[in-house]
Design a protein around this ligand. Structure first.
Ligand SMILES: *Cc1c(COP(=O)(O)O)cnc(C)c1O
Length: 395
């Protein structure tokens, strides 16, 4: 991995993935770290216990606070994002909810990009209003929309760039600048790019959040979430949502995520390269009306994507020239090498149509959108499968 792409790092990527935080002499020089499968930790004296409990943010006393296996992931994730510190959660949604709820009180206001991830949307539109926190959703493509929506009680500008289904971007530098001027906290769901392809903190965003379930785990066998930011902000979240809501990662899940990290760069590169090939095929097919992908030449935000992302990974959407939901369903059902499933970031290629929530015969906007995730399979095999499925749209 060429180091020049990761100038922001004080350490090189290989060091972070293979060595940082790994105290091998402490566990028989084992190459793979131990799963410290314990809920609590004993102290030699009352005085040591007193000190340990005072510093639960940094020292193992109880696994809901600090666990050595989870701690290793915490350290690596902070380094990957160029952050002072990080916190690891049981899921991406747990990370998002804790980060948000630790930073608002009743009477506060949030400005969020329109159509964030489903459960983030529900956090803002259903759960938080019950506690007196209101959210305004805006089109994030123009940074000025954030500024216009800020009120005297606005505490958070919430970003998700790229967005989950059609991948609209927000200009991270411009939004950070507005937030800094107005004294508002910024946070971004950075799951789409992962820590390698976009470093929001370098562009002034305060908190970068990941669903580690996706690329970081990488094998569709565990869930996890991470929040990265300043040590002060991590302590604030730790003392609030982290410890009280208690949605922390199990040691074994953290271990699986650490194992995922070993091959993160390799997997994401493969997925990005295969995606470029497959998009190259799809753009020539008459059954494909439009392609949504941040680094696709036809994207009106292509220049912005190039400025703030290194690569774009394996997630993209196509608009099919399909006359009906039934045709879209037939296309999806006829794919043999793509699993019909939610999520993404694993070894396996996936497909998910937008029409899932639409009745048969619907011509609701977006009925012809189909989202793909390109995994680690041979791109030729995937292309052939797409070719035969597109044939079902010829009539
Ligand atoms: C999956 C996902 C989440 C939620 O993460 P979980 O680990 O499933 O809780 C949040 N944001 C985005 C963009 C996601 O894709």
């Amino acid at each position: 991995m060429p180091i020049f792409k990761f100038q922001y790092l004080t350490m090189d990527l290989s060091y972070i993935l293979n060595h940082l935080g790994e105290d091998r002499e402490g566990y028989f020089n084992a190459v793979a770290p131990p799963v410290v499968q314990t809920s609590n930790f004993a102290f030699p004296t009352v005085e040591a216990m007193r000190r340990g409990l005072r510093e639960e943010f940094s020292y193992p006393a109880y696994t809901r606070g600090v666990n050595p296996t989870v701690e290793m992931l915490r350290e690596k994730m902070a380094a990957l994002e160029g952050a002072e510190d990080a916190l690891v959660f049981a899921s991406g949604s747990g990370a998002i909810a804790s980060a948000v709820m630790s930073n608002v009180n009743s009477g506060d206001h949030i400005v969020s990009v329109r159509d964030p991830y489903t459960w983030t949307n529900i956090l803002f539109s259903k759960l938080l209003p019950g506690f007196g926190v209101e959210t305004t959703f805006i089109d994030g493509c123009d940074p000025a929309n954030f500024e216009k929506a800020i009120k005297a009680n606005t505490r958070i500008l919430y970003l998700e760039s790229p967005n989950s289904f059609t991948f609209e971007l927000q200009d991270l530098g411009a939004v950070s600048e507005i937030a800094r001027r107005r004294g508002v906290l910024t946070m971004i769901d950075n799951s789409y790019s992962g820590p390698l392809y976009q470093q929001p903190l370098k562009m002034g965003i305060a908190l970068s959040i990941h669903s580690a379930t996706k690329y970081i785990g990488g094998h569709s066998d565990t869930m996890g979430g991470v929040v990265c930011g300043s040590r002060e902000m991590m302590r604030r979240i730790f003392d609030s949502g982290y410890m009280t809501l208690g949605g922390v990662a199990a040691p074994f899940n953290a271990w699986l995520l650490l194992r995922g990290l070993r091959t993160l760069a390799l997997r994401m590169e493969r997925s990005s390269d295969s995606t470029a090939k497959i998009i190259g095929f799809l753009e020539k097919q008459p059954e494909v009306e439009k392609i949504y992908y941040p680094l696709y030449k036809g994207n009106p935000q292509y220049e912005l994507a190039r400025r703030q992302m290194t690569k774009a990974g394996g997630l993209f959407t196509v608009a099919l020239r399909a006359a009906s939901v039934e045709q879209v369903e037939r296309f999806c059902d006829s794919l043999k090498r793509f699993l019909l499933a939610v999520s993404w970031g694993g070894h396996e290629s996936l497909v998910m149509p937008r029409c899932l929530g639409m009745p048969p015969g619907s011509t609701q906007e977006g009925y012809n959108l189909v989202r793909f995730y390109i995994g680690l399979e041979d791109p030729e095999v995937l292309t052939e499968d797409l070719r035969q499925a597109l044939n079902t749209l010829r009539y």
